[in-house]
Design a protein around this ligand. Structure first.
Ligand code: NA7
Length: 531
């Protein structure tokens, strides 16, 4: 009756796994993917230095023991090329490509109540009907260029980090500019600095960065990792945000000062997100605790940067440690000790325009061969906004979410029947593949339930959406991160209408999220409207 039982938009980590699970139900599924290959985030973000900040062995898929046994991560935090190879391996191993249509960007999806189905249109005008629609479009997939005059006039080469070319770009002997110092900018800067002729970093807001401490996985470590996958994933299931790290139960000031400093020293010297996710339980809630930790990290920055005027510029003043996403780095601060690297604070000297030859601030004109825009994404809702999604009665999702997203469990939206979102707004982010696997399994259970019971129209109720949205908002209260502008609070001043903070993500614990969703499923999805 329809072209497909289910259309999935996106062949990243979530779309690939969802395809596998729906095949098991015997459904006819098609994945539409804008890129020429699988991998989503890891397909698009091939900028120099792109790398995991979560331990590789906690990040890969956990659903297949054979896959775990046969894949060998080479580093504690794998670089993008290795991750993309991994995802291609998964696609081959599970024969996924036969149901994925590449080079196919979805431009519109309209629901029809008469047929209880979705009409999906691709950019080339082709159209397909489907009972169910699943968005697997990621929270960070709509890159944004800065609103700066003259971007088009630059005659050298320029790239947004999330649209990096497949062919290598050489920086040798080149004058390179990087705009943006988020997690992406930091990774890019430290890599480009290794070979560049001269590098200029344009920083608007410094971020609190911490050392990644990456290394190759030794044979002995490899043996241990492979033998302990069940424990690794069990641990991820227990922790707050599915990382290997989880908050220390002590409050910052319950611990004597010397011990506190020693604990922070230890965390600063350890791999990964421990200093952010494995710190005292109150560092992201208590202003004084947060200030004490921020002072500790500021001291580290001052120690690592030779020129103290530059160090002061690299220390954030408008937010505390961990209240924005913490970029993990490898000799990032030392980059600024190189004679061929310059930091321009554009709060002091704003960029006026991009010129044919470079960048003009209000006090100087800089010449460049290459400009790199590490300016981030229209996060969380941006990837939805770019598709003309219309639900029952022609209601636009963009209008529905004008004042911020409203969802049921982050998966369903009232008035948008038969549409399910993977890692949509109001879901747990954290160690994303762990959240993805849960999300996909839950959606699969819902579709199986619909199949078994002859349900052809499933929808969140108004009460269900209100209760979940209120819950998500209340969880965000008191969090210092919700008092700060960042992509996590929905701010992107390069996009019209995105300058007011919203509560866009679920900030409770992942175990609590799963418990809530499990209850709904165990209860036969009675909280939904099923017809
Ligand atoms: P982010 O974290 O949103 O960072 C974007 C950076 O670009 C940030 O430093 C911005 O400064 C800067 N930016 C954005 N627009 C401008 C303009 N117009 N002028 C100057 N500077 C600008 O994106 P990332 O890609 O680094 O990271 C996103 C997530 O991907 C990351 O958290 C990981 O989870 C993976 P601002 O801070 O707004 O002043």
């Amino acid at each position: 009756m329809f072209d497909f039982d289910c259309i999935i938009i996106g062949a990243g980590i979530s779309g690939m796994y969802q395809l596998m699970r729906l095949r098991e139900l015997g459904l006819k599924v098609r994945v539409f993917e804008a890129g020429t290959g699988v991998g989503g985030t890891w397909y698009w973000n091939r900028y120099p230095g792109a790398r995991f900040d979560s331990e590789s062995y906690s990040y890969g898929y956990s659903f297949s023991q054979e896959l775990l046994d046969e894949w060998t991560w080479s580093e504690h935090f794998a670089g993008q090329p290795e991750t993309l190879r991994y995802l291609n391996h998964v696609a081959d191993r599970f024969d996924l490509r036969r149901d994925i249509q590449f080079n196919s960007r979805v431009s519109a999806a309209h629901y029809s109540d008469a047929t209880r189905s979705w009409d999906v249109t691709l950019e080339d005008g082709s159209r397909y009907s489907t009972r169910f629609l699943i968005t697997a479009i990621g929270p960070l997939s709509a890159p944004t260029m800065p609103k700066i005059a003259g971007v088009e006039s630059f005659t050298g080469r320029s790239f947004h980090t999330a649209r990096w070319p497949k062919d290598p770009v050489s920086f040798e002997g080149k004058r390179v500019a990087v705009i943006g110092t988020g997690a992406t900018g930091v990774q890019t800067i430290q890599e480009v600095a290794k070979t560049v002729g001269h590098l200029t970093v344009f920083q608007r807001t410094p971020n609190w960065c911490a050392p990644l401490h990456n290394s190759k996985i030794t044979d002995e470590e490899q043996r241990q990792i492979k033998a302990s996958y069940p424990e690794i994933f069990a641990r991820c299931q227990e922790t707050f945000a599915c990382f290997l790290h989880t908050p220390d139960p002590r409050g910052t000031f319950e611990v004597p000062e010397a011990e506190r400093e020693a604990f922070w020293e230890k965390l600063y010297g350890e791999r990964g997100f421990g200093i952010w996710q494995g710190n005292f339980r109150d560092i992201l809630l208590d202003r004084k605790a947060n200030k004490a930790l921020s002072d500790f990290v500021a001291k580290k920055i001052r120690q690592r940067v030779t020129d103290q005027a530059v160090a002061e510029k690299l220390i954030p003043r408008n937010h505390g440690f961990g209240t924005r996403r913490v970029p993990l780095e490898t000799r990032y601060y030392e980059v600024y000790n190189q004679p061929n690297v310059r930091l321009v604070d554009i709060k002091e000297t704003p960029i006026e325009r991009i010129t044919a030859g470079g960048i003009k601030t209000n006090d100087a004109e800089y010449a460049f061969d290459i400009i790199i825009y590490a300016t981030g994404f229209d996060a969380i809702t941006g990837s939805f906004d770019r598709i003309d999604i219309r639900g029952a009665g022609g209601l636009r999702l963009k209008d529905k979410w004008k004042a911020g997203p409203q969802t049921y469990l982050g998966v369903l939206v009232e008035d948008f029947p038969n549409m399910m979102m993977l890692i949509g707004p109001h879901t747990a982010l954290g160690n994303i593949p762990r959240s993805i696997e849960y999300n996909v399994d839950w959606v699969t259970r819902l579709i199986a339930h619909a199949q078994r019971n002859g349900v052809t129209r499933l929808e969140a109720t108004a009460a269900g959406v209100k209760s979940w949205t209120d819950h998500v908002k209340s969880l965000g209260e008191g969090l210092l991160s919700n008092e700060v502008d960042s992509w996590m609070t929905g701010i992107n001043r390069n996009v019209d209408g995105k300058s007011e903070r919203i509560v866009a993500r679920y900030s409770g614990s992942a175990p609590a999220y799963r418990e809530r969703c499990d209850r709904v499923a165990a209860d036969g999805f009675k909280e939904l409207s099923l017809k």
